[in-house]
Structure formats: C-alpha cells, structure tokens
Design a protein around this ligand. Structure first.
Ligand SMILES: [Zn+2]
Length: 344
C-alpha cells in the first residue's frame, strides 16, 4: 500500500495530498481569477468525466500522470467548470464533466479513453498512485451527489450548485434550502473467532467464482458504528460479537460512501446466512487468508477479482479476496500480520 499520510487506505482524501480549499471556495470567481492567470506556471486543468461518470485518461500514463487533462483556454471552458477545486503543490486542479468527445490531445497526440472509475482507480492502486485516486474519488462522489439532487428535496424546485459543487441550494427564495454533498457511512468488518484464530468471510452470488470479502452494511440513523457492526454481522451471518475495534476508513465513491473498517470479537461461530444478502459465509484460518492474498498478487492478476490471467496458473482457485486498493484487502492483511488489533 502507498506510503503517505493516508496510512493504509487508498481512496482516502483528507490529507496534504489534496488541498480542498474549503475556506475559499465561497468565492469561486476570485479563486478562478487567481488560478487562471498563472496558467503559465501552474497546470490549470480539468479532470474530465463523461455522462456515465467514466473517467477520461490516457491510453498509457505519461510524465504528467494517467489522467486526461483539458486545458482551460477560453471563457467557454471557464463557464463549464462548476466543480472546483483543489490545489496540489503548485498545481491548480479543476474537476469537470463533459459531453464533448476528445480523440487526441492537440499538442501531445495522447489518445483519450473513458473507463469505469472503479476499474481505473483499482488499477492506479496497483501503482500506489494515491493522488490520482483521491482526486477521482472526490470528483466522482460530488458529480454523483449533484446528479441525484437536481431538485430541492423539500419543495421540488430546481437546485443550483454553489461553492464549486460543495453546496446545493434550492432555487426558490422562499425556501432556500441548502444541502451539502455528504457521505453514506458503511461498516465493513472481519469477525475473528479467538478460540480458533479464524475470520469470517462471505460472498454474494453475483461475484466472480471464489471471491469472498469482509461483511459490510449501511449504518442506520441513530445507530453507533459499533452497533452497526454487531447488527450487520448477526443479520447477515448469524454470528454474534461483543467487542470491536476501529481499523481505518476509506472513501468509496460508488456513489458516495465512507467505509468504516473494524475488527470484531466473535462470541459464536454457528453460521446462518441471510440468503437475501449472501450466498455463503465461512470461517477461514490465517494460512488460508495468507495464501489467498498471495494468489491475488500473482503477476498479471485481474485487479478486480485477483484472478490469475487467462491461461495462466491459478494457485488458489477456491478462495479469492478483494484486490489491493480496497479496505477489505487491508483488513485481511492486518489479520494475516497478526496485528494486535485483531488479537482478542
Ligand atoms: Zn426548496
């Protein structure tokens, strides 16, 4: 996993990697006036997404990174920017969405491609490209949130976007309701059976063969994260826990979740799967989890399923785990390392 202020998670964005300019974005006009004249010194560019929220990128990463940047050259470009803004070191970065097609960059000849954001981010995780991932996660969550909140949830009047995409305000003066793009908290956890030193993993029927993961579920209103851990584990698997410890968090922009990772101490081991949620769940030893993680790092493995490339050998076909770049992967790594957080 990438070294840096994020600790062990990849999608996290609250750090020195990205300056979100929170205290300045109320003055978008002033912000852009400051940024644009310095284009000769700083990169002033737009991270593009298409209407399906696929991210624009180059066919192969270059010295300027993997993302497709659209230079801001005209007032029309400027007017199209409704989501801003981050500053990374000396670079101004604006986040934007477009319906235009770009075949190739006029000066470099780079070919633009649009890819599923999740696939793209997990591929960048394999390169420890934390900054790119943080930007993409930030932009995608904001776009998704705005797309689902085009009308005031109180009075139904069309909303307008403020603060560079960080405030959505009702267009009716008599209402004026403001809401702010927010994250949906999800707990994700490994239950550990201290008596046998095994962890609980489950799988959904739609997943690729063999793929298992930590159990997870949305928190409910009025519920503490620890309570959600215990409730979700019991509802999905029938397993009871009596203690849990916080591990780490990971923004997950599909559409705008925040994954909260925990280790939990199991007080029961009988499994009764909720068939609406899971196909199966089972307890796995440290050696089994270690072998599955090792199989996932097979050169050329599919970053989404950790499966070996077609025609290649697959050293662990029966158990596969989420790839590097996911918090479930990190929870499994922590268990394999016998970290004190999972010793109960
Ligand atoms: Zn309203």
């Amino acid at each position: 996993m990438a070294a840096g202020p994020f600790g062990t998670t990849v999608f996290a964005g609250a750090s020195g990697w990205v300056d979100r300019l929170n205290n300045r974005r109320r003055d978008m006009e002033g912000l852009m006036n400051q940024a644009l004249p310095t284009a000769g010194e700083c990169r002033v560019a737009v991270l593009l997404f298409d209407q399906d929220l696929k991210v624009a990128h180059k066919k192969t990463a270059t010295d300027s990174g993997p993302l497709w940047w659209q230079r801001v050259n005209s007032q029309a470009d400027r007017d199209a920017l409704y989501l801003v803004a981050t500053q990374h070191l000396r670079e101004w970065v604006f986040l934007g969405q477009t319906t235009r097609e770009y075949a190739a960059h006029p000066s470099t000849g780079d070919v633009v491609q649009y890819s599923n954001t999740r696939n793209f981010a997990l591929q960048r995780a394999a390169h420890d490209d934390v900054w790119t991932i943080a930007l993409v996660a930030h932009a995608r969550s904001c776009f998704e949130y705005m797309d689902r909140h085009r009308f005031c949830s109180k009075c139904g009047v069309p909303s307008t976007v403020k603060q560079g995409g960080h405030e959505i305000k009702c267009g009716a003066d008599e209402c004026g309701l403001s809401c702010f793009p927010r994250s949906d908290p999800v707990v994700i956890m490994l239950a550990v059976d201290p008596a046998t030193d095994r962890v609980l993993l489950g799988r959904q029927a739609a997943w690729p063969p063999g793929l298992h993961s930590a159990l997870a579920g949305f928190m409910e209103h009025g519920e503490a994260a620890e309570e959600a851990v215990a409730r979700e584990l019991f509802e999905e698997s029938g397993v009871r826990v009596d203690l849990c410890r916080y591990h780490s968090s990971q923004p997950w922009p599909f559409p705008y979740s925040l994954m909260l990772g925990f280790m939990a101490r199991a007080t029961s081991t009988d499994i009764l799967v909720d068939q609406h949620e899971l196909e199966t769940a089972a307890w796995y030893t440290r050696d089994e989890v270690r072998a599955a993680l090792a199989a996932g790092s097979h050169p050329g493995a599919d970053p989404l399923t950790a499966a070996a490339p077609a025609g290649g050998s697959d050293p662990a076909p029966t158990l596969r785990l989420p790839p590097k770049g996911t918090i479930a992967h990190e929870l499994c790594q922590t268990f394999v390392a016998a970290d004190p957080i999972c010793k109960f």
